[in-house]
Design a protein around this ligand. Structure first.
Ligand SMILES: Cc1cc2nc3c(=O)[nH]c(=O)nc-3n(C[C@H](O)[C@H](O)[C@H](O)COP(=O)(O)OP(=O)(O)OC[C@H]3O[C@@H](n4cnc5c(N)ncnc54)[C@H](O)[C@@H]3O)c2cc1C
Ligand SMILES: *[C@@H]1O[C@H](CO)[C@@H](O)[C@H](O)[C@H]1NC(C)=O
Ligand SMILES: *[C@@H]1O[C@H](CO)[C@@H](O)[C@H](O)[C@H]1NC(C)=O
Ligand SMILES: *[C@@H]1O[C@H](CO)[C@@H](O)[C@H](O)[C@H]1NC(C)=O
Length: 343
């Protein structure tokens, strides 16, 4: 069975990884095809905090989150965890409103609690509520190159190419896995997908050991600044622009980030700037993860498409869980195929 994964961000590479691990490589020939690879994907821009969105979860979404946690837990216990960007970090998200229902996933992170009085008074003055917890970090910058090498070792081919339409692939492959992120909007249009542009800076501030995300309108802190301690640098940001597609670092956004972050955390005023990056979060009302049979209009050949895109502002969090469901779908296709060939 010939499988092509379109997309080499965290969603595409996690899918490829879990297919190879859960289905084996016997009877499977896999290609990863993308126009951008690490370090040039949106996934490389992300901070990498494992934190789901703060809304009601469906049962299926809870399952993805659990699968993702299970996989990260197994990685955490390997000797190479730090090299592949997997570690734990604690931190706070705080906001301006006081009525908040604890999320369904609160027991999937460790030590979930509301901020203490001291924290709200001294660390986050004016903010009304929020939460603190310990959770995984998954840094794509380190994880994606590791997955790539692991897949190459298992015989997976990597091809740099922009795919204009599904029809280009339906003659050469039996299964197409669509992990094109915000690119799904263009690939003949899922118009439900739109970008939320983010810009970040990496700075040298090795004393930052927590993540802190501040939300809401504050009297002297502009924007929605955040800081995250990475394994080799500190990430700062605070840009969320819905509907904006351009990928260059905008000096106005640089200034906005700097003003917000230094107003909230004056100790960062003299931090050396190492790098700036911009990425597009693939927003959608919900993740599209489903299988669809298509027939090539010319040859009449049928091909299975598995869609896995639209992971929004939390794709690092979802990726390894959604990837397990993709692997289960591929496993079933392999079984059907081997049953058929025995008939
Ligand atoms: C500033 C910022 C901070 C973030 N922080 C976090 C965080 O802390 N935690 C978290 O969980 N999430 C975070 N996110 C969200 C996360 O980055 C995304 O949800 C995730 O990266 C989406 O992954 P993806 O693989 O779907 O997309 P991408 O990483 O964008 O990958 C898409 C892939 O598809 C390929 N592609 C697209 N169209 C085509 C085509 N037509 N032909 C060929 N190839 C194509 C691209 O080349 C690329 O390889 C953050 C995002 C931003 C911008
Ligand atoms: C990433 O983008 C830069 C600048 O466009 C390019 O020079 C580099 O080759 C790209 N890297 C990969 C792995 O594609
Ligand atoms: C990916 O999904 C989008 C939205 O349904 C679709 O338009 C596009 O053709 C798909 N691309 C591939 C390569 O399957
Ligand atoms: C860590 O950061 C330094 C610069 O501060 C850089 O020289 C080094 O290559 C980085 N190491 C990794 C593994 O990214």
């Amino acid at each position: 069975m010939k499988v092509v994964v379109v997309g080499a961000g965290i969603v595409g590479l996690s899918s490829a990884l879990r297919i190879v691990e859960d289905c084996g490589t016997a009877g499977l020939k896999m290609t990863v095809m993308a126009d951008k690879f690490s370090p040039n994907t949106t996934s490389d821009v992300a901070a990498g905090i494992w934190c789901p969105p703060r809304r009601k979860m469906t049962e299926r979404e809870m399952q993805w989150l659990k699968w993702s946690q299970e996989y990260l837990t197994s990685l955490l216990k390997t000797p190479y965890a730090p090299e592949i960007g997997v570690f734990l970090q604690s931190g706070w998200i705080v906001w301006m409103h006081a009525d908040f229902q604890d999320p369904d996933w609160k027991d999937l992170v460790q030590g979930y609690r509301h901020p203490t009085k001291w924290e709200l008074t001294h660390l986050f003055p004016e903010y009304k509520d929020g939460f603190f917890c310990t959770t995984f970090m998954l840094e794509s910058r380190l994880f994606l190159p590791w997955v790539t090498n692991r897949l190459k070792d298992r015989g997976v081919k990597f091809v740099e190419r922009k795919v204009q339409s599904l029809d280009e692939l339906s003659l050469d492959y039996d299964v197409i896995i669509n992990c094109s992120g915000v690119g799904a909007h263009d690939l003949v249009g899922d118009t439900k997908v739109f970008p939320s542009r983010g810009q970040v800076m990496r700075v040298k501030a090795p004393w930052v050991k927590h993540w802190m995300l501040l939300e809401g309108k504050h009297s002297y802190i502009p924007g929605i600044p955040y800081i995250v301690g990475g394994s080799n640098s500190t990430l700062i940001g605070g840009i969320r622009q819905d509907g904006r597609w351009d990928l260059h670092n905008d000096p106005r956004d640089t200034e906005m980030i700097w003003k917000g972050v230094t107003a909230a955390f004056p100790a960062l005023k003299d931090a050396e700037v190492l790098e700036e990056k911009t990425g597009l979060r693939p927003m959608r009302e919900s993740i599209r993860l489903e299988s669809e049979k298509k027939t090539d209009p010319l040859s009449g050949r049928s091909v299975q498409v598995i869609h896995n895109y639209g992971h929004g502002a939390n794709g690092i969090t979802w990726s390894l869980g959604c990837a397990k469901e993709v692997a289960l779908m591929v496993k079933q296709l392999l079984q059907e195929k081997s049953t058929k060939s025995r008939l």
